[in-house]
Write a protein that binds this ligand. Structure first.
Ligand SMILES: *Cc1c(COP(=O)(O)O)cnc(C)c1O
Length: 335
């Protein structure tokens, strides 16, 4: 089986497991795990922010990041297929009392004109106030698209001008960095608070980081514990993250090349495939998934007529070529 359902499906390599086994650990709720502290400091520095906090999941990281900018009863604006509104099961409403309004862009990009129209200033006790804008880079459900840096800069400038915070869901920001060569610190400068994942293309088994100011991180630390996310000798997982940062960032370029190869096989224009995700439409997505699985390729539906292919650490060149042959054959069968 070649598994293209998600880049979360990677399992730790032998070298990563060795790094985990050798990790120096302590109780992280006491702030005494040296490996966690090293990871947090390294990631904060990478993005030019003051501090970072190791989190069990990207979803929890997003929830705490957004709530650092938005009070209960206020709103965050985001693109309509953003992970925070599609795939976090309403967490921002359920836990933080936050409402959302959205703009729609076929590639998940920032639309400043739409944002200006949506933005609601504080008008007293009549209307919901816009407290923040959230952007996703790369944009998962839009097909791993990279948000243009100049648009992110314009957004930050505009948002700061109107007193709104900017949250960056950078679950796959590493992919955007490798695809464009944009320094991570440049992306960091376009957000007040951000979240990055180690458990996607970087291949760690667990872990995300919330990145922001020292105050934001101190407050998020309280909320993480309050929500039951205080972890103990978790350096064993942070070690996997440090190993991934050393060894699995530059290789994302291979995943991007494999995604373009798959795109060509399924009739999607590879020029529109920015990173490691290919989204295709099929009349019956569920039937397509079954046909592909019967031929040894696992893919996933992300809607009734949309299918997603994701390349990752567990798919080498030979597997990508073999999956491309299978999917090209399905295409000629009319599946
Ligand atoms: C995977 C993902 C997350 C976080 O997911 P978890 O499974 O909770 O770690 C957040 N944002 C995006 C865009 C993602 O793809």
């Amino acid at each position: 089986m070649i598994d293209l359902r998600s880049d979360t499906l990677t399992t730790p390599t032998d070298a990563m497991r060795a790094a985990m086994a050798a990790a120096e650990v302590g109780d992280d709720v006491y702030g005494e795990d040296p490996t966690v502290l090293a990871l947090q400091e390294r990631v904060a520095d990478m993005f030019g922010h003051e501090a970072a906090l190791f989190m069990p999941t990207g979803s929890m990281s997003n929830v705490l990041a957004v709530r650092s900018l938005v009070q209960p009863g206020e709103e965050v604006l985001c693109e309509s297929s953003a992970h925070i509104v599609r795939a976090e099961l309403g967490a921002h409403g359920a836990y933080s009392g936050i409402t959302t309004r959205t703009w729609t862009h076929p590639r998940g990009h920032v639309d400043l004109e739409a944002l200006r129209a949506l933005h609601a200033p504080d008008m007293g006790p009549f209307f919901v106030r816009t407290a923040a804008v959230s952007v996703e880079n790369t944009h998962n459900f839009a097909g791993g698209t990279v948000l243009p840096l100049d648009l992110l800069r314009d957004l930050k400038e505009w948002a700061t001008g109107v007193g709104a915070g900017v949250h960056l869901d950078g679950a796959r920001l590493w992919n955007a960095h490798v695809a464009t060569g944009t320094p991570l610190v440049e992306y960091g400068a376009t957000a007040d608070v951000m979240s990055v994942c180690l458990s996607k293309g970087l291949g760690a088994p667990v872990g995300s980081l919330l990145v922001g100011s020292a105050d934001t991180v101190a407050e998020a630390r309280v909320w993480r514990k309050r929500m039951g996310g205080g972890m103990r000798q978790v350096g064993i997982l942070a070690a996997a993250g440090l190993h991934a940062l050393d060894h699995h960032v530059e290789r994302l370029a291979d995943d991007h090349a494999h995604a373009r190869l798959l795109a060509e096989a399924v009739g999607v224009d590879p020029a529109g495939v920015d990173t490691n995700i290919v989204v295709l439409t099929r009349p019956d997505a569920a039937a397509y998934v079954e046909r592909a699985a019967a031929e040894g390729v696992r893919v996933a539906t992300v809607g009734p007529t949309t299918v997603r292919l994701v390349t990752h650490l567990g798919v080498g060149r030979a597997e990508a070529e073999s999956a491309a042959r299978v999917l090209a054959r399905l295409a000629t069968d009319g599946s």
